[in-house]
Design a protein around this ligand. Structure first.
Ligand code: SAH
Length: 541
């Protein structure tokens, strides 16, 4: 009978994470060969298999023994933790076979059974730290010279890979992790998130979230995997998360923000997307690579450039992060709350600031929306405010849309519009909210159609709430109060907006909130939605 080698990765160590095929393979074998600790981990799966367990460093003799029994016609399971092809037994088994001139057609049968490797099991306990291009590096110099390992750490640091360090430290090997940290600090910020996972999915599991600067303050051992984030990895609520892309944006009222998923997950922001590919018979056809370089030639080129003391591109690195993360500064500008007239000077400065790479978009909201790639949003803010432009954040914030008060002639209520802007402009809300403010009963700037509408009339204010500003079921706001005294107006608006901020659901527009709660600051909701039933029509249809 032809023997068979089953090279089995049994995952991190818990039963739920062993694949079905791995369980079957162990059960259908005559022999199970593995490191003693691993045999103990899977002992509940064993029935009458013969066990050959050896010490940790006896991998080669384990592979030889496995091949010997298979050649005698036995079914032999060789077990590795995680995946057998990641610093496991799979390669060694093949090496022993190759030495003997084995051929698949005539020799013993070989089946490699995949398992969940530590990079995956440990990542899932940390959150989602891998997500993007990542690599594994084993710090064990047992089978690999330390000079090569160092070059790989250097290359991974330079390439901004998320890195999973396997075999980071043992009783005798303690220097490597210290050197690895020093190398990576040349390329990455000391604040780079780092996750330490010991014994994932085993009884003594331990998860620590730390940073590149502080990672050595915690216990790291042979059962730990160290996961080091890239330049955009962040911590959030005890989770380590690497976004699926690099671009960040600045907005006016927060510092740097990562792009929201819907903004980021566009083809142009997906570095790995095969835009040139097309699908034919279910197969992706890759576009031919333009440059005639093989992965190996690139690696050789990169390694040749290395010399421990310098960074990979030959420069002496002074700043810890060598790859700047491009940020987009996004905001809106207008000549003022009331003033609708741009000066030529303002237009010139706008054009200069936006430059070749930015965009300027005229919106329906009396504003120009700017998107400018920059690392220095403050310089841009200063230039624009110096020429008297009003800058507003965009997104889910409070915005005022005032009329021009008949070119400033009907000025009695301008003060109140500006006061509302001063108190509430840019306030973050569950969803964008626009307050229309019109300076006379003509209300020609359409205040009554906004989320909140204010119309000045005969020295007092009329208030409209809950306009549905867009869509085929658009409707004006409901008139809730007439003749509000000027002294009460701004406080009243502030209370309404703050109530919505606190109690509105995320993404709930103001008109929906009003309808749901039925009463806002004492104003009762009346359903004034048009009675005509319309089919929903999403954008673009
Ligand atoms: N074949 C294994 C790796 C073996 S090398 C795999 O694919 O996962 C041994 C190293 O793997 C350890 O030093 C540790 O860094 C990592 N490792 C393996 N199992 C682990 C676990 N359950 N939790 C954390 N790290 C683990």
């Amino acid at each position: 009978m032809r023997g068979k080698l089953l090279v089995v990765g049994f995952g991190p160590g818990s039963f739920e994470h062993i694949t079905k095929r791995a369980q079957e393979a162990i059960q259908e074998s005559d022999y199970v060969i593995g490191y003693k600790t691993y045999v103990d981990l899977i002992k509940d799966l064993l029935t009458d298999q013969e066990i050959i367990s050896t010490g940790m460093s006896e991998e080669v003799s384990r592979a030889q023994a496995a091949v010997k029994y298979a050649e005698q016609g036995k079914k032999v399971a060789v077990i590795s933790s995680g995946d057998a092809g990641v610093y496991g037994m799979a390669g060694l088994v093949y090496e022993v076979l190759v030495e003997k001139g084995w051929k698949e057609s005539t020799g013993v049968e070989v089946e490699i059974i995949p398992g969940i490797s530590a990079i995956n099991s440990c990542s899932s306990l940390l959150g989602a730290p891998v997500m993007h291009d990542a690599c594994t590096i084993s710090l064990s110099d047992h089978l690999t010279p330390w000079t090569i390992i160092k070059k790989r750490i250097e290359a991974a640091g330079f390439g901004d890979f998320v890195i999973a360090l396997y075999n980071p430290k043992s009783g005798k090997r303690t220097r490597q992790i210290v050197e690895a940290q020093q190398i990576l600090l040349k390329y990455r910020s000391p604040d780079t998130p780092v996750g330490l996972v010991k014994s994932a999915y085993r009884d003594s599991e331990r998860v620590v979230m730390t940073t590149l600067a502080h990672m050595l303050d915690f216990e790291i051992g042979m059962l730990t995997t160290v996961i080091i984030g890239n330049a955009s990895t962040f911590f959030y609520d005890d989770k380590m998360i690497t976004p699926r892309g690099y671009q960040k944006k600045y907005t006016l009222n927060t510092e740097v923000q990562r792009l929201r998923p819907h903004e980021r997950l566009r083809p142009e922001n997906e570095p790995w997307a095969l835009h040139e590919g097309k699908h034919e018979n279910g197969q992706t056809i890759r576009a031919a690579t333009k440059k005639e370089s093989t992965p190996l030639s690139l690696v050789m080129e990169a390694l040749e450039k290395l010399d421990g003391s310098e960074t990979i591109d030959g420069s002496r690195n002074t700043s810890p992060i060598s790859q700047p993360v491009e940020s987009i500064f996004e905001f809106a500008v207008s000549p003022g709350v009331v003033n609708k007239k741009f000066t030529p000077k303002q237009m010139v400065v706008l054009a200069e600031v936006v430059g070749e790479k930015g965009t300027m978009e005229y919106t329906p909201h009396h504003q120009i929306l700017l998107k400018i790639p920059t690392e220095d949003p403050n310089a841009i803010t200063k230039r624009l405010t110096d020429v008297g432009l009003l800058l507003s954040p965009i997104g889910d914030v409070f915005q005022i849309k005032a009329c021009d008060f008949c070119d400033g002639e009907k000025k009695d209520s301008i003060f109140h519009a500006e006061e509302i802007q001063r108190r509430l402009g840019g306030l973050e809300l569950p969803k964008e909210l626009k307050l229309g403010f019109n300076g006379c009963g003509m209300a020609c700037y359409g205040a009554v159609n906004e989320d909140i509408g204010i119309v000045f009339r005969k020295g007092k204010f009329d208030l409209f709430l809950g306009g549905k500003t867009v869509g085929r079921t658009a409707h004006p706001g409901q008139p809730v109060a007439e003749g509000v005294h000027p002294d009460q107006l701004v406080d009243m608006i502030e209370s309404i907006v703050h109530e919505y901020k606190q109690k509105g659901h995320p993404n709930e527009r103001f008109y929906k909130y009003f309808k749901r709660v039925q009463e806002v600051q004492g104003y009762k909701h009346k359903d004034i939605t048009p009675v005509i039933e319309l089919e929903p029509a999403p954008c673009g249809e």
